[in-house]
Design a protein around this ligand. Structure first.
Ligand code: ME8
Length: 508
C-alpha cells in the first residue's frame, strides 16, 4: 500500500502565516497516520516561486524575484520542522529539475493537440495570478478575495484547450463522487464544469519570471500550469523516503497518482477542473482525491498576507509548542469548513482540554502507578467495562482519516480521553489504595489506565507527535504502529514505567 499526500505549494511573495501552517499540519496528520498503518508514504510540500505575485512583490522591494524567492522559500522550509511536519521533500518551482520536467510534460500536451495560439482578453487579478470570470466580479470590478482593482488585460498567448475536456470531466465527476470532497466543493466544481468550460491561457508573454516555453522562448508558462505540475515533477528527483520501496527507486511508480491533494477553497477551480484536464491532456493518471478545506478567519475575514491580518504561527509555537497549535487548528475548526480563530479560543482549548483533560490524565496515571505500585503496573487485560468504547476505536479513527475527516477523528479520540477521566473518577483509585482487600481492583484500574493511555497516545500521535512521544516513552512503549493501539491485544507491559514532566504546562 502506498499513500501520497500533498499541500499546495505556497507563494513566496511574503512570509508564511497561519493559513499555510494549517494545510501543512493537516497533511502531516494524514502522512503520520498512514505511516502508523505500515504504508509506504510520501508527503510533499514546497513553494511556488514564479509568476506575477512574486515578480510584483520583488519589484516593490527593489530586488530580483530570485532573491525574494530564495529569502522566503527558506522561511517556508523552516516552518515545516517547527510544525513538526514530517514532509519527505520540499519542492521549489525554481528547481532546475522541476523546470525541465514542466517543459517536457507541457510539450507533450502540445504534441497531443491541446495547445493553440490566440488572443486573450479579460479581467485579471495580479495577486491571484488569475483571470476572473464575469460572474465572479462585483460592480466596482474588484477581486473578491483581495479587494484590489482588477485590470483589463489583452494578450497574445498560447491557450490550453480546456473546453476539449468538458465531457470527460463530467464523466469523471459522475463516476467518482469522492474525487472532490467535501460534497459542497464537489458540487461547486461540477457546476463550474457544467456552466461550460472555456479555453485558458497556458503562457504569458509580458512576463519573464517563469518557466520558458520551449517552442517559443518569448513566452513563459502561466504560473498555475508550472505550479500544479509540482505534484508530479517532485517524484522525478526527490530522494527516496525510507519505507517499503515497493517498485524500487522510481518514486512515480511507487506513489503516482496522489492519494490526496489538500487545498484551501481559494484554489478549488485549479485543482478540481484545470488539474484533471491537464493530466488527461498529458496522459497521466488522475489523483484519487482533492480535499478542500475552509478558511481560517480572523474578525470574519480570510487571513492572508496581502490583507495583513495575520496571526504568527512562529510566536504561538514559541510560547505553547507545536502540538498545541496542531491540536487547536484541527479541533476548533471543523476540517472542511471555515472557522474563526482567536487567541481566546486557543487559550481555552489549551487549558481545558490539553492541560486539564489529557495532560492531567497522563500525569495522574503515571503518578499513581509510582505511588501505589512502585512504578510497575501488573500485566493484566484492561477492564471489560471500557470495551464498548475502546475496542474498535483504532479502526473507527482509521476509517475517518481515510475520508480526511480529521476533526471528527480527533473528536472520537477525545471522547475516549473524557471516558478515561470519568473512569478514574468513578473508580477512585485513591480510595482503593486505602483498603488492602481491594488490591486487585486497584491493579485492574491502574493497568486499565495505562492501557487506555497507550491507545490514546498512539491514536493521538499524528496530531500531537511531540507530547505523545514523551508519553509513550514514559509508558515504556516504543511502538507507534496503529496495530499497537488495538484494545483487545492491549495489556500493561508489567514493566516499570518512567516519570513524566507536565505535557502541557499551565504557565505556558
Ligand atoms: O495559492 N485559511 O499559494 P498561497 C486556510 N501558490 N488556509 C489558508 C489560508 C487561510 N486563511 N490562507 C492560505 C497559492 N491558506 C498557490 C498554490 S498549488 C499548485 C499553488 C492555505 O501562498 C490554503 O491551503 O496563496 C490555501 O489554498 C493556500 O494556503 C494558498 O497559498
Amino acid at each position: 500500500m502506498s499513500f501520497y499526500v500533498t499541500t499546495p505549494i505556497y507563494y513566496v511573495n511574503a512570509a508564511p502565516h497561519l493559513g499555510h501552517a494549517y494545510t501543512t499540519i493537516a497533511a502531516d496528520v494524514m502522512a503520520r497516520h498512514h505511516r502508523q498503518r505500515g504504508e509506504d508514504v510520501f508527503f510533499l510540500t514546497g513553494t511556488d516561486e514564479h509568476g506575477e505575485p512574486v515578480a510584483d512583490a520583488a519589484h516593490a522591494l527593489g530586488i530580483e524575484p530570485q532573491e525574494l524567492a530564495d529569502r522566503n522559500a527558506e522561511r517556508f522550509k523552516a516552518l515545516a520542522p517547527q510544525l513538526e511536519a514530517s514532509n519527505d521533500f520540499f519542492i521549489r518551482t525554481t528547481d532546475p529539475q522541476h523546470e525541465a520536467m514542466v517543459k517536457q510534460v507541457l510539450s507533450r500536451v502540445r504534441e497531443n493537440g491541446y495547445v493553440y495560439e490566440g488572443t486573450y482578453e479579460g479581467w485579471y487579478c495580479p495577486r491571484c495570478a488569475d483571470f476572473k470570470a464575469e460572474n465572479e466580479i462585483d460592480e466596482d470590478r474588484r477581486c473578491p478575495i483581495h479587494h484590489i482593482e482588477l485590470t483589463r488585460e489583452q494578450e497574445e498567448n498560447y491557450f490550453f484547450k480546456l473546453s476539449a475536456f468538458q465531457e470527460r470531466l463530467e464523466e469523471l465527476y459522475a463516476a467518482r463522487e469522492d474525487f472532490v470532497v467535501p460534497r459542497t466543493r464537489y458540487n461547486e466544481a461540477l457546476s463550474f464544469i457544467r456552466s461550460g468550460l472555456r479555453d485558458v491561457p497556458l503562457t504569458r508573454h509580458k512576463l519573464t519570471w517563469g518557466v520558458q516555453v520551449p517552442w517559443d522562448p518569448e513566452h513563459v508558462f502561466y504560473v498555475w500550469f508550472d505550479a500544479l505540475l509540482n505534484y508530479y515533477t517532485a517524484l522525478s528527483y526527490a530522494p527516496s523516503p525510507a519505507g517499503l520501496a515497493a517498485g524500487g527507486g522510481d518514486l512515480a511508480k511507487r506513489f503516482w497518482p496522489a492519494s490526496y491533494h489538500l487545498i484551501g477553497k481559494d484554489i478549488l477551480r485549479f485543482h478540481a477542473v484545470y488539474w484533471p484536464a491537464l493530466l488527461m491532456a498529458a496522459e497521466l493518471e488522475l489523483p484519487e482525491h482533492v480535499f478542500v478545506h475552509g478558511f481560517l478567519l480572523m474578525d470574519g475575514e480570510k487571513m492572508s498576507k496581502s490583507l495583513g491580518n495575520v496571526l504568527d504561527p512562529f510566536a504561538v509555537i514559541e510560547r505553547y509548542g507545536s502540538d498545541a497549535l496542531r491540536f487547536y487548528l484541527l479541533r476548533d475548526v471543523p476540517f472542511g469548513q471555515d472557522g474563526s480563530v482567536s487567541t481566546a479560543s486557543f487559550e481555552l482549548r489549551y487549558e481545558s482540554e490539553l492541560a486539564n483533560e489529557f495532560g492531567n490524565l497522563a500525569s495522574r496515571t503515571i503518578a499513581m502507578v509510582h505511588r501505589y505500585r512502585d512504578g510497575v503496573p501488573l500485566a493484566l487485560a484492561p477492564d471489560p467495562e471500557l470495551d464498548d468504547e475502546f475496542a474498535g476505536l483504532a479502526q473507527e479513527v482509521a476509517a475517518m482519516i481515510d475520508r480526511a475527516e480529521l476533526t471528527a477523528a480527533l473528536d472520537a479520540i477525545w471522547q475516549r480521553v473524557r471516558r478515561l477521566n470519568r473512569y478514574v473518577e468513578e473508580r477512585a483509585p485513591w480510595q482503593l489504595a486505602k483498603d488492602e482487600t481491594r488490591a486487585h481492583e486497584l491493579d485492574l484500574v491502574l493497568s486499565t489506565l495505562v492501557a487506555g493511555l497507550r491507545v490514546l497516545a498512539v491514536l493521538l500521535h499524528p496530531y500531537l507527535p511531540a507530547s505523545t512521544d514523551k508519553l509513550l516513552a514514559a509508558l515504556g512503549s516504543e511502538d507507534r504502529s496503529l496495530a499497537s493501539a488495538r484494545w483487545d491485544s492491549m495489556q500493561a507491559l508489567g514493566e516499570p514505567i518512567g516519570r513524566l514532566d507536565s505535557l502541557f504546562p499551565k504557565s505556558a
